[in-house]
Design a protein. Structure first.
Length: 351
């Protein structure tokens, strides 16, 4: 049998395995309801029902494309818009059955197809709880105002991280009270250096930014939060309200072009800070290399008056979370500062 034919025959099993693997991740990250939902769908995919045709014929890598989360997002969007009373009741009870899910996916096939056309967009401000330690190190080491530049910013909810209050058990931080949002996390290890911190400017980009003035786009953002994670839903809703008041701007631009432009116009009396969280894997390899090269080239001309920092919270060496890494110029020194839960529930500070 030709290899291509064998691969095609194996593909449904790959799709099913992806749904089950994502269910395991959801359970580990505190979402048993979404885990159960995806397990039901995995079991039903084996029967190849009509609503699953687009899934079983998926042209790419289901894991890389977050296929299961696209389906979960479509179902949650239906619930958020009160478009299906029976499904909404099941979500409230945190109990769904296969027949109900299949009927909902059939009734709302247009919404499902819409969600299958683009990857999930998440923008949890809780990741600022991980990033904060890095910003503190930048402020302490460089002692300059910060010119912030975020790539893959989605709706921009992590742009105003310095507006939030943080409660970590062993320490807390806030620039102003009352804060529009208080983030809580389990902090493990020592405390990062705390220094005077000021933001000179903010800029951000995304290939497909969400417009927070559009209620439908806000519901799309909320739909990708797992339905049984009510604290996350409230947190993101509060961050959306704050970002709307701040008139947050995220440019529609590729990360490579944005970084090149921002570096060319970087200030001569502030620290240029590039930062991002859980998005690097979505950038093509050649664009990743271009960004790294641009930062290295700019770093060679960095001065004490106009230093550079690259702060990244991305998958790395950690097996139980993502790595928070920081590179500073002058000096071209990279440090692994912390490991953090993907949803920012805990931070293990390495210093």
């Amino acid at each position: 049998m030709p290899a291509a034919q064998m691969a095609a025959m194996a593909k449904p099993e790959t799709i099913i395995a992806h749904f089950r693997e994502q269910a395991d991740h959801c359970r580990q990250l505190g979402s048993p309801f979404t885990a159960a939902l995806l397990e039901i769908l995995a079991a039903r995919l084996r029967a190849a029902p009509p609503w699953a045709a687009s899934l079983l014929d998926w042209p790419g890598d289901p894991k890389a494309d977050a296929l299961a989360l696209r389906v979960a997002g479509a179902l949650h969007r239906v619930v958020l818009e009160n478009a299906d009373a029976e499904l909404a009741a099941a979500y409230r009870a945190r109990r769904v059955e296969a027949a109900l899910l299949e009927a909902a996916l059939t009734r709302h096939n247009a919404r499902l197809q819409e969600y299958l056309r683009s990857p999930p967009q998440t923008n949890d401000p809780q990741r600022s709880a991980v990033l904060l330690g890095g910003f503190q190190v930048i402020a302490a080491r460089l002692r300059r105002p910060l010119a912030l530049n975020e790539i893959g910013a989605s709706a921009g909810l992590n742009q105003f991280w310095d507006s939030y209050a943080y409660m970590f058990g062993s320490w807390r931080w806030s620039l102003r009270e009352p804060a529009p949002l208080t983030l809580r996390a389990d902090w493990q290890g020592g405390t990062p250096p705390l220094a005077a911190l000021s933001v000179r400017s903010r800029a951000a980009c995304d290939v497909a930014p969400l417009n927070l003035t559009d209620d439908a786009q806000c519901r799309r953002l909320l739909s990708y939060i797992w339905a049984d994670q009510e604290a996350r839903l409230r947190r993101v809703a509060a961050a959306i309200d704050h970002a709307r008041r701040q008139k947050t701007q995220v440019e529609a631009m590729r990360a490579g072009a944005f970084v090149a432009r921002q570096l060319a116009a970087r200030p001569k009396d502030a620290a240029f800070v590039l930062y991002h969280s859980i998005m690097w894997q979505y950038i093509p390899d050649d664009e990743q290399r271009a960004i790294a090269q641009a930062m290295q080239e700019a770093g060679r001309t960095a001065t004490e008056a106009a230093p550079l920092a690259w702060l990244a919270f991305e998958p790395g060496d950690a097996s139980d979370g993502a790595d928070l890494t920081l590179t500073l110029w002058p000096g071209n020194r990279t440090r692994r500062l912390a490991v953090g839960d993907y949803h920012g529930r805990w931070i293990r500070w390495l210093g």
